[in-house]
Design a protein around this ligand. Structure first.
Ligand SMILES: Nc1ncnc2c1ncn2[C@@H]1O[C@H](COP(=O)(O)OP(=O)(O)OP(=O)(O)O)[C@@H](O)[C@H]1O
Ligand SMILES: [Mg+2]
Length: 373
């Protein structure tokens, strides 16, 4: 059993099903992220784990103890579940200084004064906030308040941290720095972390495991690499695109083991090499690639499609290039800076791809000649 175990967890608000029969095992020490678009049920799930929301149906276990069961009428209240919480709004005590905000939980536990002092000063140093201990929350920036909220949660050493979009109000630079601090704190504490975000890059960079949700339903529960390389359906593939995935709709033809993808507009024909599992000809499919799974050339390549450069977006360490041909746009990514110019002719070849069933939208197979990343 995982350290946190959800079994058929359902939450309904009147006619709205916010979380729909969610079953999930979150292992001890894991950094587990709930990821999905607005309204998919992430916060509701976290609040049910925390004990701030009752389940409509299902069971919840923390550290092998049943903390909620609709059928067995078990309901362990929030303070007795041993989890630390951080929400998007920082919720510090406004009338207490930074020092006393952080020390609060330790005082409640009657920790000796000198030990409290050492712990509070230690965590402030770790979060680069030494010197701020005498300030009140109203005298801090958003990022500083959030660091105090993190410090306050960490010092009581709960076996699990639950965090709901804790970095979403911060600017990009601070968000990146706090991400790395959160990851270190997680590793050092050994606590199990359940983290909520709708930012796929944040999920990939922080997590050991990610659960993608949509309309309250689990879509995929996987490692970040698996999620990026083998999204289980078109919704996850689209959601994991950064900035976007390429999707070409078409069908499969071929015989004698050879499989050929033909785009619906008849303009793109590609033998499918290295298919992991065979897919029978005749099927309507969507061929999906990340931008970096495409290869471009300024001279004709075998099996390549001729396209025109539409725009070149240089972002310093990499360049994103949008290509256009007959109603189809593809994005490709080059390391560093690109020499390509708008309206230039290029040939584009798919190095690696995922194949989805057009009707069910489920992953059928993966393939290609190179590795996926
Ligand atoms: N108290 C409530 N009463 C009625 N409906 C609710 C309530 N809380 C949440 N919902 C609905 O449940 C669904 C899931 O909400 P939830 O807050 O869990 O989404 P979320 O994934 O956290 O979204 P966001 O990324 O916007 O924070 C939404 O459709 C929401 O409108
Ligand atoms: Mg939310």
């Amino acid at each position: 059993m995982g350290f946190i175990s959800l079994r058929g967890v359902t939450k309904r608000y009147g006619k709205v099903t916010a979380v729909d029969r969610l079953s999930l095992e979150i292992e001890k020490g894991e950094f587990h992220t709930l990821l999905g678009p607005s309204g998919c049920g992430k916060t509701t799930t976290l609040r049910m784990i925390a004990g701030l929301e009752e389940l409509t149906d299902g069971e919840l276990f923390i550290n092998e103890r049943c903390v909620y069961s609709a059928s067995k009428a078990v309901h362990v209240p929030a303070p007795d579940r041993g989890v630390g919480l951080i929400f998007q709004s920082y919720a510090l005590w406004p009338h207490m200084t930074v020092y006393h905000n952080i020390a609060f939980g330790l005082k409640e536990r009657k920790v000796p004064k000198d030990k409290i002092r050492a712990t509070v000063m230690g965590i402030l140093e770790k979060l680069q906030m030494t010197g701020y201990e005498g300030r009140y929350p109203s005298e801090l920036s958003g990022g500083e308040q959030q660091r105090v909220a993190i410090a306050r949660m960490v010092v009581t050493e709960p076996p699990a941290f639950l965090m709901d979009e804790p970095l979403s109000n911060l600017d990009a630079k601070l968000r990146m720095r706090l991400r790395s601090e959160l990851k270190r704190l997680h590793n050092e504490s050994g606590a199990t972390t359940v983290y909520v975000t709708h930012d796929q890059v944040e999920a990939l960079t922080l997590s050991n495991r990610v659960t993608v949700m949509r309309l309250g339903l689990l879509q995929q529960d996987a490692s970040p690499a698996e999620l990026y390389n083998r999204p289980s359906n078109l919704f996850v593939a689209d959601f994991m695109g950064n900035p976007q995935i390429n999707r070409i709709d078409g069908h499969l033809t071929g015989a004698n083991g050879e499989r050929i993808f033909e785009s619906g507009d008849g303009l793109f024909r590609m033998p499918l090499e290295g298919l992991e599992t065979d897919v029978e000809p005749g099927r309507e499919v969507a061929l999906v690639t990340h931008p970096e799974w495409l290869e471009t050339s300024v001279v004709p390549l075998e099996g390549a499609r001729e396209m025109n450069v539409y725009t070149v977006l240089m972002a310093g360490c990499e360049t994103l290039i949008f290509l256009h041909a007959e109603g189809q746009t593809l994005a490709t990514r080059e390391q560093g800076q690109s020499d390509l110019q708008p309206d230039q002719k290029v040939w584009v070849r798919v190095r690696h791809f995922n194949l989805y069933d057009s009707a069910s939208e489920e992953l059928l197979s993966v393939g290609g000649t190179g590795s996926s990343c």
